[in-house]
Design a protein around this ligand. Sequence first.
Ligand SMILES: [Zn+2]
Ligand SMILES: [Zn+2]
Length: 299
Amino acid sequence: MAENGKGRRRALGGFAIFLLILIILAICCDPEIRGLPSRREPAADAALTVYFLDVGQGDAALLLSGGESMLIDGGPRDSSETLLTDLESCGVTRLDYLIATHPHEDHIGGLPAVLEQVTVEECRMPDDTADTVAFERFLTALEEQDVSVDVPVPGDSFSFGSCTVTVLAPLSAAEEHNNNSIVLRITCGKTAFLFTGDMEDAEEGELLRSGAECSANVLKVAHHGSQYTTSIDFLQTVRPEIAVISCGTDNDYGHPHSALLRRLDDLGITAYRTDQCGTITITSDGKEVTITTEREAQP
Ligand SMILES: [Zn+2]
Ligand SMILES: [Zn+2]
């Protein structure tokens, strides 16, 4: 009897070790538990999926609609690897459109790495150049990959998947790169998204005076939440439900500015920040938008 008891204990012990190994294997193989992004799939009923990617202090948004893809800006160079991982996890191996809103490093620095890894059909950028290493690298990468470059004109529109993209700005050439930012309004059924690059008050004022249709459910807040743009007038014209701010944790610029956050709050607009939420995903079914975030913002 004693021998049998020992045998049972040995068998139970062996089973426990086997279970432990299974649990360890499951933990090691689960990408979510390891902190790696799992493969992201757009929601089945989404006509448009927009990923505001967490690239630290910079901007990068990936848009997917009807089998087409668009990248608006590519964050700074030091976030290139994160950006490539994100594109891979979204299953993106080619981009129909690459938009470089303006030639600042925090928007184009990551694009040479993208151009090396992903087939880009065409690039759109403003008629603006910068005497910087980042801009040189970007131009070289475009040339090496033989990508056609187009300068969009305000009023131009083109179809993207089941959406329509309208170019709203820049309306005139400015000295400051930020005020040459390409501004796009993307409509999907009854919903709209507004992408503003780093537009500052000069470009914003010109856009308001143009009377162009700017209303949008989702506003990508200009210039990482700077206080010198996204005025009350502009917010009352756009009337967004959701404002997305792309900025890095404890960045040197104090973005987003408390005055801007107050303006959003006063108008009842919910702000989501990539430094707090990680990647912010917003889908549209053509009637309404739905938001999910990688992390919950800490109060
Ligand atoms: Zn910027
Ligand atoms: Zn800028």
